[in-house]
Each structure stands twice: as C-alpha cells, then as structure tokens.
Design a protein around this ligand. Sequence first.
Ligand code: MG
Length: 337
Amino acid sequence: MNITATPFDLRLRHTFTISRGSRDIEPCILTEFEHEGIVGYGEAAPSARYGETTDTVIAFLRRVDLRRFNDPFDLDTILAYVGGLAPGNTAAKASVDLALHDWIGRRLGQPLWRLWGFDGTKRLQTSFTIGIDSLPLIEKKVREAEPYNILKVKVGVPNDEEIIRTIRKVTDKLIRVDANEGWSTKEAARDKILWLEEQGVEFVEQPLPAAMNRDMPWLRAQVHIPLIADESVMVLSDIPGLRDAFDGINIKLMKSTGLREGLRMVHAAQAMGMKVMLGCMIESSIAISAAAQLSPVADYADLDGNILTTNDPFSGVRVEEGALVLNYAPGLGVERR
Ligand code: MG
C-alpha cells in the first residue's frame, strides 16, 4: 500500500476575492493510493487560513507510511494513525481519507453514496459563489451564474450594501451571504444582518471571527435568519460547543480531515438540531465529487469550487439546473479528463 502526492495548479476563471484576500491560482495536491492494481484518487486544497501550504501538505504526506498496513478497508486504524502524525494538517489528512474512500469504492465497484445507503436521486441545489469585486464585474459574474438558482455572495467589506444592491438590480435569485469573519463587532454584524434580512437573504455564514464565538448567542438572538458556522467549526469535537452559537455548520472536507469525519459531523449536527451545509475550497472535481457523496443527507450545498476554475484535471459530479447530479461510477465517481 502506497500513496503518492503530485502538486498541481488550478487556474481561476476570475481573480477570486473574499474578505481575507485575493488570488488567481490555487495550488492543490493530487494524491494517488495504489493497492492490488487499483488506484484511488484524493486531493488536498491547502488553506493559509488553517496554516497549510503545498509545502506543509507534501511534508506531511512524506511522513505517511501506509506500507505498515495491509487492508485499506480498515479505515479506523489507518486514519487514526494518519490523524496522530501531527496536529492540524487537515487538508493533507483529507487527501489520504479521500484516496482510501475512492479505492474502497473502486474495489467494490460502487459509488460511496450507494455504499452508505443514501438516496442518490435526491438532487440538492448548490449555490454559485460571487466573490468580492468591482460592481461591474459582480454584475458580469451574476449573469455568468445563469445555470444556478442560488447565489452565495461574499461580503465583509465596507461596501457590502452596494454589492447586494448591485446583485438585486440584476436578479431576484435566492441569495446566501458569507462574511468570512469580516465584521469585527457584534453590533456591526447585527446591523448588517438585519439589513440583509430585508433583502431576502436566506442565511449568513460566519459573521464574526471564530475567536468571537462567545458573542454569537447574543447575535443569534438579535436576528431572524439562520447563522451558519464555517471558520468556527473544523471537526466533530467542535460541534457541541457551537450549539447555542449557530443554527448550522458548514462541513468542508479540507477542514474535517475527510469523509469519515465529515459523515460523523453530519450525524452529530443533525442530532443537535443543527443544519448541515456542505462547502468547499477552490478544488478540482475530486474533492467536490467527494463532498457531493454526502449531499443526499445535507440541507445546503455550496460545491462550486471546481466550476470557478478553467483547468480541472478530473470530471465527476455534474450540475444540472443548479442541482448536484450524482453518478454511478465507483468511489468518488471521478475520472481523469
Ligand atoms: Mg465560508
């Protein structure tokens, strides 16, 4: 059993800006897990927000020695070993988890959603992300988002209201808003959210910095639409502490260390009455298709990272009429283009 890692660059259709910064290229790492002649694919999309870069992912994966195991189905043992190698490194860990899951599906000839017993005919709408931009470019992007029924709008900058007004001039589509920790006081967040409610916004993601979780129950009591945790939640053990702070959680495989922990998080959130959103980084179809395997049991999807790029080396889950369409290909349901 062996795993290899190959860095590659995803090129972005447009410069992508959120409240933290801008970029044109997203460096990712392809992992390939080979055993008994079958190759499973995984991917790491490292995020500086969580202390990862291509170099940290490669350095971590160099330490992963799967030759000590002989049964890829023994995920508990293997992933406990990978998880224990170092703290953090969640995207690097996810790339191992994804490759193992893909291998298992390919070995059994079934997509993961079928192995998990999910209803694969359920087509969850996914939002299309509108990054922060000049107002004319935002208008252009909204028009490009034609096939999508839901827009996820990045805010958390001084001209938030102008951004939303510009979009509302062009479309009456459902809008979700992501502040990416961009509002710095709870009062400012309250004022912004009350205004957004009047614009018909469905929910707001991560209004305050993760370090301000303590202020969230106050904020939640002041507003009427759901507040979803993103930067405030990484893994399963974070969820109980957020029960009074948020109405739901955004699960991203690159934060959760992969599908195994991600599925546990779905169950935990639902047991606590919290909504489940599936999110992504800028990723290829490998990681997007992996997250989509969970879509039949999620409430909201924001799985558009691959669509924001121009050189996705893989194909997998498709979007039809704004909804994720799972396929019957084994594992993550992906293949090289
Ligand atoms: Mg977010």
